[in-house]
Design a protein around this ligand. Structure first.
Ligand code: ADQ
Length: 512
């Protein structure tokens, strides 16, 4: 590998959105799991990784028109001097809409999170999904240099690895899926041409990473059943190409949350929150607005808690913090209305003049405020119906330098595989949520300390840098394996083909 090789991150969106005030465009950092994880990694490792030295590049789509974007990028100092360079992909409005709101978020997102009844199957959306992936390819063609490593992220870009492979046969390409990959029986619900193209798309990468061992296995099973590919344990082989498939549970930078515990502004914000709560017990949840996060079922569980334990009336407050997301989609606007109606109903039914059981906030908060909330909460109630990982659960654990607080976590979040010190529940079972709340609020300080300590050790061992470097290290191994296979293939063709030249040419990628 050349020493000035760069890490190229590719994700559907750039890690910020733009707002315009008085004719001046400003970049505002966005919230969400992908941005939190990659952003934390690049902050900690400005060189991109221990192995590469060039400044990393982040490629993603943006809603800003190209000329305004170019101006903003060169004048906004946080972007111009940030830990990475930015390359924007321009998508026409119709393609952006059908790629993002359509196929990505109304087909793949519900299917991969096991909501098949919400899935819409529209050929036109799939065509725009392919077109959007091709437009990313066009930007990458102008960006990639020999020796670079390209790391493509998430379900919006599943066709891109193969498109890129056709153009750059020897490029190091990794793909990472932030959401679950569903079981074969669910994945096969997609029409055959789409599901094949999606699988073949991912197989263009040298390394395909998933959040959990289950997701990696489900992907391999789909590849075997639908493409009839050759598997060698966790490697998919075809002629001179191979893809290594493995699990890399995404993580956080724990120090970012732990160190905030003693920060003056965070401490005074935490004290203010506790005062505002009138020293009642505080239950907290933090989610993006999404039906996969199980907010309605969680509210039912919270209400059930007061039915099971009427003596707790007036003694516990639940702060439900939701960050706006995908609000251009009807399903999400309807979900927001339903959450607001449920909060209103619970507060109307069991609230008192001096006590509101649920405090609901629909906004993004900054890092210090988020840490103050984590530090003030007696319980974090994280109950997604399905989640690739769930970083909020890890952030809460990392933030609690005092080793107090209890995490209640769904068994269907990827994080449940690592955070054994949590109280693990089934998110649709309101009795289980109620019982876990009771146990958490009643838990001794010693038990809290022991459970938190256990989970913090795990987070310390496998943080976001370990996650990224583990994946990039395996990428290098996977590239070496592919090169070996290519050598073997060429040797084999030379010795077995009646006309070696014809045999070789028929296997060569056209643009090699
Ligand atoms: P998300 O679905 O976005 O991520 P999650 O992992 O919980 O879910 O990450 C959310 C991030 O947004 C966290 O870092 C959290 O702090 C932040 N956040 C949430 N609400 C906020 C608010 N109101 N204000 C400010 N920040 C807020 C996707 C997958 C997950 C996977 C991640 C990373 O769906 O399963 O864990 O990618 O791979």
């Amino acid at each position: 590998m050349s020493t000035d090789s760069r890490l190229i991150i590719v994700s559907n969106r750039l890690p910020f959105r733009f707002t315009e005030r008085d004719g001046h465009v400003q970049a505002i950092p966005s919230s969400g799991g992908l941005v939190s994880s990659i952003g934390s990694y690049l902050d900690r490792k400005p060189g991109g990784s221990g192995l590469s030295e060039g400044r990393p590049v982040w490629v993603g789509a943006t809603e800003l028109r190209t000329r305004r974007l170019a101006k903003t990028l060169s004048t906004d100092s946080s972007l111009a001097k940030g830990p990475y360079e930015v390359r924007a992909v321009a998508l026409p409005d119709a393609t952006r809409d059908r790629h993002y709101n359509g196929f990505s978020n109304d087909t793949l997102w519900p299917l991969f999170h096991y909501f098949p009844s919400l899935v819409r199957y529209e050929q036109d959306w799939f065509d725009h999904y392919r077109a959007a992936n091709s437009l990313f390819l066009q930007t990458l063609e102008k960006t990639v240099r020999p020796g670079d490593r390209v790391w493509i992220h998430d379900y919006h870009l599943m066709l891109l690895p193969a498109m890129l492979r056709r153009k750059f046969p020897s490029l190091a390409i990794a793909f990472f899926m932030h959401i679950p990959f569903p079981s074969y029986e669910v994945f096969r619900l997609l029409p055959d041409p789409w599901r094949r193209e999606l699988l073949e798309g991912v197989l263009g990468a040298d390394l395909a990473g998933f959040q959990t061992h289950d997701s990696a296995q489900y992907f391999l099973k789909s590849v075997q059943q639908l493409l009839g590919a050759d598997l060698d344990l966790r490697t998919v082989r075809s002629h001179a190409h191979s893809t290594v498939v493995d699990a890399f549970p995404v993580s956080i930078d724990p120090a970012k949350f732990r160190d905030a515990f003693d920060d003056h502004a965070v401490v005074s914000e935490k004290n203010q929150i506790r005062k505002d709560m009138a020293h009642r017990k505080l239950v907290l949840s933090v989610d993006r607005l999404d039906y996969t996060k199980g907010v309605l079922q969680r509210l039912q569980g919270f209400e059930q808690f007061f039915e099971d334990h009427p003596e707790m009336t007036g003694k516990v407050t639940y702060l439900l913090l939701i960050v706006p997301s995908r609000d251009a989609m009807t399903k999400y606007r309807e979900l927001k209305d339903r959450i607001e109606a449920a909060v209103g109903r619970i507060n109307g039914r069991i609230g008192r003049v001096d006590w509101q059981p649920v405090i609901y906030q629909y906004r993004s908060v900054d890092h210090k405020k988020l840490c103050a909330l984590y530090d003030a909460a007696d319980v974090a109630l994280i109950t997604p119906l399905r989640d690739g990982m769930n970083l909020v659960a890890k952030e809460y654990v990392a933030a609690r330098k005092d080793r107090r607080g209890v995490l209640i976590l769904s068994e269907t979040a990827g994080a449940a595989h690592e955070l054994g010190g949590a109280l693990i529940i089934n998110p649709t079972d309101r009795q289980a949520i109620s019982a876990a709340l009771h146990r958490a609020l009643d838990m001794s300080a010693e038990e809290q300390n022991q459970r938190m300590g256990e989970m913090q050790i795990r987070l310390g061992r496998y943080d976001v840098v370990r996650w990224a470097e583990d994946l990039l290290g395996q990428l290098d191994g996977a590239v070496a394996l592919r090169r070996q296979l290519r050598v073997k293939e060429v040797t084999c063709l030379l010795y077995t083909s009646p006309s070696p030249r014809d045999g070789l040419l028929s296997r060569m990628p056209s643009s090699a």
